[in-house]
Design a protein around this ligand. Sequence first.
Ligand code: FMN
Length: 367
Amino acid sequence: MSQLFTPFHLGSLTLPNRIVIAPMCQYSSDDGKATSWHTIHLGQLALSGAGLLIVEATAVEAVGRITQQDLGLWDDETEQALSGVVKAIREHSTIPLGIQLGHAGRKASCKRPWEGGNSIPDGQPGGWKTVAPSAIPYNPEQDETPEAMTQERIDALKEAYVAAAKRADRLGFDLLELHAAHGYLLHQFLSPLSNQRTDQYGGSLQNRMRLVLEVYQALRAAFPAEKPIGVRISATDWADGGWDLEQSVALAKALDELGCSYIHVSSGGNAMQQKISISPNYQVPFADRIRQAVKMPVIAVGLITEPEQAEAIVATGQADLVALARGILYDPRWPWHAAAKLGEKAIAPNQYKRSEPHALKGLFNDK
Ligand SMILES: Cc1cc2nc3c(=O)[nH]c(=O)nc-3n(C[C@H](O)[C@H](O)[C@H](O)COP(=O)(O)O)c2cc1C
C-alpha cells in the first residue's frame, strides 16, 4: 500500500493523495489579472490527478509583484479575472485548490525570466519603487535601493493580505499559502541579511519573526476557520550570518502554536552570495528536521522527480506531503505515472479514461 496515494487531511480538507503541485509564477497576467493562459495552464494541472494544486505567488499589492505580469488579487478587477479561471477548474475537476499570497518586497519590479529577469528602475516602463524591511538592495550592482517600510506601511501591508484572503475565500479557494520563502518580502523580514531594523520588527529573532506571525494571525482571523492556511519558508539562506535551519525550527514552532495548518519547506533566494549544492532531495533534510519539532504537517519540495523517491520521503516520515514544480510541468500526468509505478489508482476525468493502457487495466478511478 503506497503512502503517497493515501489520502491526507488538512483541516477539513481531504487531499486524495500526498502529491502537491507547488506554486509556480507564470508571469502571464495583464496588470494583475489572470488571462486565458491561467485557464489552460491551471486547467491541465487540475486534470493531473494530484492531491492539491496551489496557484502561483499572487501579489496582495501591485508593488508586490516580481514583474508587471505577475498575478494579483488586490481589487475587484483582479478578483473578477481569477473567478473565471476558478470556475473553469471547478466545473471539470475536483482537485483541492489553494492560492499562494505573496509580496516580492525588494525583489519586485523586474523583467520576466525569459526577458532576462533584471530589475527595472522606478520610472521606466514596468518599473516602480520597491519596499523592504531595510534600505538594502538584493543585488547592489543592479538594483535600486528599496524604501524601508514605515509602521504605517506595514499596517497597510497587513490589511492588503487580509483583503486578498477575503477575496480568495469568495473565489472559493480551499486553502491559503503564505509566501515567506525565496527572498520575498516576509523572508526579507526574517533574515538578518535583509532586515537591519531597530524597531519591533528587527534585531532579535522574535522581532524578525513578528511580521510573519502577525500576517499569519491576520489571515487566520479573516479566512474561514475550517479552511487550512499554511506557510512556505526558506529553511536557510545558505549564507553566513543569514537565516538558518535553527531559526526556521523556532519559526515553525511558533506557527505550530498558532495552529498553522502546514509548513512548506524550501530554501534560499535571499542572498546573492548563497552557496547551494543541488541534488535530488536536497531540501528534504530541512523538512525532516522541522517535522521532528512540530505537530503540523510538513511539505517537502525540491528536485523530487521520481515516484519511488516521493514514496520514500512520505513512507519514512521525512515529510507528510511532497510538492513538485518543474517535474510536473515536464510531465503533467506525473501522478498517473506514479500511480502506475506504485500499483495505485489514478484520478482521471471520464473524457480521458479510454487512454488507460491495456497493460495497466484498472489504473483509473471508476468515479
Ligand atoms: C516556473 C516556476 C515558477 C515558480 N514560482 C514560484 C512561486 O510562485 N512561489 C514559490 O513559492 N515558488 C515558486 N517556484 C519554486 C517552486 O515552487 C519549487 O519550490 C522549486 O521549483 C523546487 O521544486 P522542483 O525541483 O520540483 O522544481 C517556481 C518554480 C518554477 C520552476
